[in-house]
Design a protein around this ligand. Structure first.
Ligand SMILES: *Cc1c(COP(=O)(O)O)cnc(C)c1O
Length: 413
């Protein structure tokens, strides 16, 4: 069904239910033993019926059994489902983590001597790739201000081969003008890669908005339960073929058990995103009115940096946003996070449970300022919240008591 022409005319909820459920992976409907979600198909060896079949060298395509490293029905079903949910995609390659997906994509697109442009709000391990892995392979990385087209243009040169976008950035939440940036990139023959982990395909159709390749950390929204890791890259036919060959060359393989967990998470992703978005927006509005808070950075919030672009280009949000305290110290901000009872302290986001982490972008940015334009230079200490599925009122009460702790002694600590 997910390959039929009518599929794209269906709504996103319906597509999320039907995607990746080809009959050959679930059994034939109407026949005994058919299952709803594709089964976990564990295998390194796929057996051939006879020598003639082994000698026939099956085509190197998804859906053709060969050997475990090329995956099996469970991984194919997940990849197929992600492709079906990404308008404009011809295929999806799975990677063991989001970072592996970014590395796999960049090692497909870039060659020694090339220059990579990277948005200054990129996920830190992506930045580290520019400084380390890619540098070792003869690729130079330059950073540009995420919201300044002139900064992008100024960073381009004849050797620029690829631009890595991330919108919104997962710490500071700046929304990028992906259509304008990817059009400018295309005009110069530059390949645009978008880290779309924040919105997922349900909130932002990356390929339709001009990106050549869309990357996601499935660890976040698709898993949704903080218990497994995976990454994906989706693209049109030409880039999909190249990504697939490079990933095979690198020996990239994902486990069928994890693929089954991701497929399970995918079925409820839209509902979780909607619930987390509504809760996050309510909390963002409430935080904005607090005297302890200088700035709330939440794309869904009117007045927040990038809200107009979010409204123009996005069809949904998520539970991840940040706020910046009015003045204070790093130790005071730590005391605030320690005072929270319902928020775990830990990396990652997009799970059913709420998390809080400090935001200190000045330590990593090189091409743009923190505090952001329009913010007071003394307001530097941020807190990032990943809002889960708890009751909004409980999270609000928890934030309220922690902000009081901060105002009483943490602000001056
Ligand atoms: C978490 C994250 C990644 C990396 O994903 P892993 O699955 O943890 O490797 C990449 N990009 C963004 C924006 C992320 O938040």
């Amino acid at each position: 069904m997910s390959n039929s022409d009518d599929f794209e005319t269906l709504g996103p909820s319906t597509r999320g239910v039907l995607a990746g459920r080809a009959d050959e992976w679930t059994g034939t409907p109407g026949h005994p033993g058919a299952v709803v979600n594709p089964a976990v198909w564990r295998a390194s060896t796929h057996l051939y019926p006879d020598m003639a079949a082994l000698r026939a060298h099956p085509a190197n395509e998804d859906g053709k059994f060969y050997y475990g490293r090329r995956g099996g029905p469970t991984q194919w079903a997940l990849a197929d489902a992600l492709t079906a949910l990404e308008p404009g995609a011809a295929g999806t390659v799975l990677y063991p983590s989001g970072v592996a997906a970014i590395a796999g994509v960049l090692l497909t697109v870039l060659r020694p001597g090339d220059v990579l442009l990277m948005t200054d709000n990129a996920y830190e391990p992506s930045r580290a790739m520019g400084r380390g892995l890619l540098k070792d392979f003869g690729v130079e990385t330059r950073w540009f201000d995420p919201t300044d087209m002139a900064s992008f243009e100024a960073a381009c040169c004849e050797r620029t081969r690829c631009v890595l976008l991330e919108s919104p950035g997962s710490l500071t939440m700046e929304v990028q003008d992906v259509p304008a940036l990817s059009a400018a990139a295309r005009a110069r023959g530059i390949v645009s890669v978008l880290d779309n982990t924040w919105a997922s395909a349900l909130g932002f159709a990356g390929l339709r908005h001009g990106a050549d390749i869309v990357v996601m950390s499935l660890t976040k929204h698709v898993s949704g339960h903080s218990d497994c890791m995976m990454g994906s890259a989706s693209a049109g036919e030409e880039w999909y073929r190249k990504l697939r060959v490079r990933s095979q060359g690198l020996g990239i393989v994902t486990s069928p058990d994890d693929a089954a967990l991701m497929l399970r998470g995918l079925r409820t992703m839209k509902l979780r995103l909607e619930a987390e978005t509504a809760s996050a927006l309510a909390l963002a509005q409430w935080l904005e009115a607090r005297p302890e808070v200088a700035r709330v950075l939440c794309p869904m919030l009117p007045g927040s940096p990038g809200h107009e672009l979010w409204q123009r280009d996005f069809t949904g949000g998520c539970g991840l946003f940040s706020f910046v305290l009015k003045g204070g110290t790093s130790a005071g901000r730590d005391a605030l996070i320690d005072a929270l009872n319902l928020f775990g302290i830990g990396y990652s986001w997009g799970g059913f449970e709420s998390l809080a982490t400090p935001v200190d972008p000045q330590a990593i940015r090189t091409a743009s300022a923190w505090p952001l334009k329009g913010m007071d230079s003394g307001d530097r200490f941020g807190v990032r919240l990943s809002i889960g599925l708890e009751d909004t009122a409980d999270l609000m009460a928890d934030l309220d008591q922690a902000l009081r702790v901060w105002a009483a002694d943490g602000a001056a600590a």
